[in-house]
Design a protein around this ligand. Structure first.
Ligand code: ATP
Length: 917
């Protein structure tokens, strides 16, 4: 629980309370995902349901909630200090992905003259940069990105045409795309995963398309904000873009020169996003934005299910920082904030171009092999690089101060050492993609360095003060001389007082200059006696550290000093504004530098993860050929980092003409999921340009990794397990291609055994014979192990080895070929300490069921079985009919009764076994 406590209760009398409640209730309706905060000058308040939301977020307890007003209109409220207000706002926007409204008043905080002054949402919180003391910052993994989607009918194909726009304000980036999509909006899901927006704007509509869109966004944990359809109007958009976009010198200054503007539907979305972010109201945005087309096919497709199944990222708000949490946490050895953000982007957008992948791998290899270079970059250089991207943005917004300019200066000053360090490698790739561009940038930024050296008082920086060098400006110089003169006079006064009191200046009597008293003297408590009876000394205070006092001369010097200092500060502020505006001219170079250093940071992080893993990683070989995918001694990159785990490596071998699909069986806890997740993680790492936890890896250039693994997040999405399973399976069937890796784990669990088995069977066959993708299919339905005999050369059996020794289950975590012979579920239950009585009963029941099934299987009468199946189908059909037509209970009961009688009349072994079961 947080130790922070609210500072006070609202000091409103009962009439003021009633009147506030009335005002509060009169505010426009809002969803619970929008939280209203009232700024009461030195503290803040939240009310009604928002009080509960805020109390949970800040205090993890409802104890601080208070009540205002009288019944029936009593209302909860919570008071927050400034610090807690900031915690709340950051948690709401970055973790919960809620919206925030901040109300302020020009009048009394006890009145009702409130005005909505600031609005922020997960994809757009630039307004809050002025409200929060350290700005909003961006979360480690994510620069806030706003998305907008509009759906129209394609005039040519009559299909569903989606126009999508993204704006990443901190990078001044806009990107747009248009595509036709299927009912489940699979392409939209891919692009959403790749771009990772935090908020999506849509026109208010309840059509099926928007319902499907909402589901996609729920899975990707993106907040949906509905806007009036008129917000998607493109009126005035081209003029706005002409002001916002950056043109080359020789380019016509007209947004129409960018082909992106011809995408009509995407432009409607971009119009909504530009308006929502109020980009036009901040002139620092003008001439800065770049527009591009979102390139979905450049990257390995991952959907939300795959991201979740492979634990690519930690859960939102997960603060445990364990390396074993996710691929991101495992790789995050980054030293810079922009490096961390780039790492997240590389994991969301693994490459598909083998040359580009190899370029990354080349550098990782150099760094893996050269540990001195790796450690120097990581521990000496990157560690000292500030968030250049954020600083460059502060410069462009004219919000930077001298300290920011100094931080940039320091980073630039490190470049020569960094270049020296990189030059120890002679690898062509290091030279062309790192050393050379960095050296060029250094040339461009040299002038910035000179400017800072001539304007910034470096001596003052040593003391922690960021001041302009007085010699830089004539007036500043004369004011500085004046200040120095006053200081000298004060020093003389110190010597005089020391002589008078028989003390030693700077030792037993000291001169101080503080904000409370200005110039004053201080003696220790012991020396205080000497002051007694001397009227020229006025005692100011007596504290533990001594007695402070002044003279009338010090008083006069104070006046002079303060006057000169105020003028100095005013003059200095003017010079600082000038320096910042000159520095802003370098922001473009700084964005490049930040990008280059973040790239280096991520590659160093890759090399550290690769070189320091429990067993060394290997460089994967990426191939254009889809003939095979071979991972020798594959390990799970996160699991092997967990304390106490001694990981057993396993091979994953797919050969197109031998083993395209593995049906994976074996005991619970045997290691099936881990094997599949290892394969998925390795493929993602390889496409991101990282070494992989294997002894050998041959990986074809893939289009997508699709996964249906585990029952993650179902409660959150408010969907049934089975429904979600089926949706994910449909998604896989629609998107998987021969160049996909598909991981399916325990499909069909959410329904009856026979139905589930049937569904799993059908999907497995479809993937192996029609889609022809690389598939690992883990299942507890033993029936599926018959598939290899039906599709030899395509499907093979593999199993997680386990055995029972002296009635003890031994899980070997080794994957071997062939089907598992026994399920061993009851042994696992015993391992999990299920009560003995339950286990015994379960064993008896299992025996009974097996006998029934044995009877059926041995009935040898396949006609009888198929007859049985028909009866069941008929039974189910009738049940459905009753559900739909039930007008009253009596009728229903009668129908059910009739049905039962019908069923019991059949003398079919198969049906009987079901009734018994
Ligand atoms: N190769 C391995 N080396 C070491 N430990 C492993 C290995 N594979 C799995 N384990 C351990 O076994 C646990 C269970 O593994 P996993 O979830 O993969 O089993 P499973 O066969 O999928 O189980 P279930 O069928 O119940 O889902 C893991 O959490 C891990 O601790």
């Amino acid at each position: 629980m947080s130790t922070l406590k609210p500072i006070q209760a609202l000091s409103l009398d009962s009439v003021q309370q009633q009147s506030f409640i009335k005002f509060y209730k009169s505010l426009p309706e809002k969803p619970p995902t929008t939280v209203r905060i009232f700024d009461r000058n030195d503290y803040f308040s939240v009310h009604d349901v928002d009080a509960t939301t805020a109390a949970k977020e800040v205090f993890s307890s409802l104890a601080n909630i208070k009540k205002m007003g009288v019944e029936p209109s009593r209302m909860d409220y919570l008071v927050l200090s400034k610090g807690n207000f900031e915690i709340l706002v950051k948690k709401l926007l970055l973790v919960r992905r809620y919206r925030v409204e901040i109300y302020v008043t020009e009048g009394s905080v006890k009145g009702n003259d409130w005005e909505l002054k600031y609005k922020a949402s997960p994809g757009c919180f630039s307004q809050l940069e002025d409200v929060l003391s350290d700005g909003m910052g961006v979360s480690e993994e994510n620069a806030p990105c706003l998305m907008a989607v509009n759906i129209k009918t394609d005039p040519v194909s009559k299909g569903r045409l989606l126009g999508v726009a993204f704006i990443t304000a901190c990078e001044y980036q806009m990107s747009v795309t248009e595509f036709t999509d299927d009912d489940l909006l699979t392409q939209l899901e891919t692009v959403t995963v790749q771009m990772a927006p935090s908020e999506c704007l849509v026109p208010a509509s309840d059509t099926d398309e928007y319902k499907a869109l909402k589901k996609v966004m729920e899975r990707a944990k993106v907040t949906v904000t509905k806007l009036k359809k008129t917000e998607f109007s493109t009126e005035g958009l081209i003029q706005d873009l002409t002001r916002l976009l950056k043109f080359k010198d020789d380019q016509k200054q007209d947004a129409n020169v960018f082909t992106e503007t011809t995408k009509e539907v995407a432009m409607t979305s971009l119009a909504a996003a530009v308006k929502y972010m109020s980009l036009m109201s901040d002139s620092s945005n003008f001439g800065r934005y770049r527009i591009s087309t979102t390139q979905v096919d450049y990257f390995l497709h991952l959907d939300s299910a795959a991201l979740g199944a492979l634990n690519v990222f930690p859960e939102l708000g997960d603060a445990s920082h364990s390396r074993a949490n996710s691929l991101y946490s495992m790789l995050d050895h980054c030293r810079t904030q922009h490096g961390k953000r780039l790492l997240a982007q590389w994991l969301r957008q693994p490459l598909r171009d083998i040359n580009l992948i190899n370029e990354r791998l080349d550098i990782v290899q150099v760094l893996v092999e050269n540990s001195a270079l790796r450690l120097q970059l990581h521990d000496d250089h990157l560690r000292r690089i500030p968030d250049l991207q954020a600083l460059a943005r502060r410069l462009t917004r004219k919000k930077a101060n001298l300290q920011d300019c100094y931080k940039i200066y320091q980073a630039i000053t490190r470049i020569p050492q960094l270049l020296n360090c990189l030059s120890t490698s002679e690898h062509a790739c290091v030279h062309s993609s790192l050393t050379q561009p960095l050296a060029e940038l250094r040339g461009d930024l040299h002038k910035y360095q000179l400017m800072m050296q001539s304007t910034l008082d470096m001596d003052a920086v040593e003391r922690g003060d960021y001041l302009v060098k007085p010699s830089f400006d004539e007036q500043l110089q004369s004011l500085a001389t004046q200040l120095e003169r006053v200081q000298n006079s004060a020093d003389k006064e110190l010597s005089k007082a020391a002589r008078d009191l028989g003390l030693e200046a700077e030792k037993t009597i000291k001169l101080e200059n503080n904000s409370q008293y200005g110039f004053c003297f201080r003696v220790t408590l012991k020396e205080e006696q000497g002051l007694r009876g001397k009227k020229k000394y006025t005692i100011l205070d007596a504290v533990k550290s001594g007695v402070r006092f002044k003279t009338s001369t010090l008083d006069e010097l104070n006046d002079d000093y303060n006057q000169a200092k105020t003028t100095y500060e005013t003059e200095q502020a003017k010079v600082v504004t000038e320096i910042v505006s000159i520095a802003a001219g370098y922001s473009e170079c700084l964005f490049c530098l930040s990008h280059m250093l973040s790239r280096l940071d991520v590659l160093v992080a890759f090399s550290i993860a690769s070189a320091t893993a429990p067993a060394a990683y290997t460089r994967p070989v990426l191939t254009e050929s889809l003939d095979e995918l071979v991972l020798k001694d594959a390990r799970h990159p996160c699991l092997e980092l967990m304390e106490g785990v001694s990981f057993i490596p396993n091979d994953v071998v797919f050969k197109r003409d031998q083993s395209l699909m593995h049906i994976v069986t074996g005991a619970n806890m045997g290691g099936k999921s881990t094997w599949m997740r290892s394969a998925g993680s390795i493929v993602v790492l390889a496409h991101a340009g990282c070494f992989v936890p294997c002894s050998k890896a041959i990986i074809p250039r893939l289009r997508s990794v699709c996964a249906r693994v585990g029952a993650h997040d179902m409660e959150q999405a408010g969907q049934s397990t089975f429904m979600l399973e089926m949706q994910e399976s449909t998604h896989i069937l629609k998107t998987a291609t021969p160049d996909s890796l598909v991981l399916v784990d325990e499909l069909g669990r959410g329904t009856s055994t026979y139905e589930g088995c049937g569904i799993a069977w059908a999907i497995a066959e479809e993937l192996a014979t029609k889609t022809k993708c690389f598939t690992l299919f883990a299942t507890h339905y033993h029936e599926l192990t018959r598939l290899p005999s039906l599709h030899p050369g395509v499907i093979v059996n593999s199993h997680a080895e386990a055995s029972v020794v002296d009635d003890q289950l031994v899980l070997l975590h080794r994957i071997a070929s062939g089907a598992a012979t026994q399920s061993l579920g009851l042994h696992v239950a015993r391992l999990a300490d299920l009560p003995d009585s339950i286990i015994e009963y379960a064993e008896a029941k299992q025996a009974q069921l097996e006998t029934n099934l044995f009877d059926i299987e041995n009935s040898g009468n396949s006609n009888e079985n198929s007859e049985g199946q028909q009866i069941i189908v008929e039974f189910l059909r009738k049940c459905k009919e009753i559900e739909q037509s039930a007008a009253s209970d009596e009728i229903m009961l009668k129908k059910i009764n009739d049905l039962k009688n019908d069923l019991f009349q059949h003398n079919n072994q198969y049906v009987k076994s079901l009734i018994v079961a």
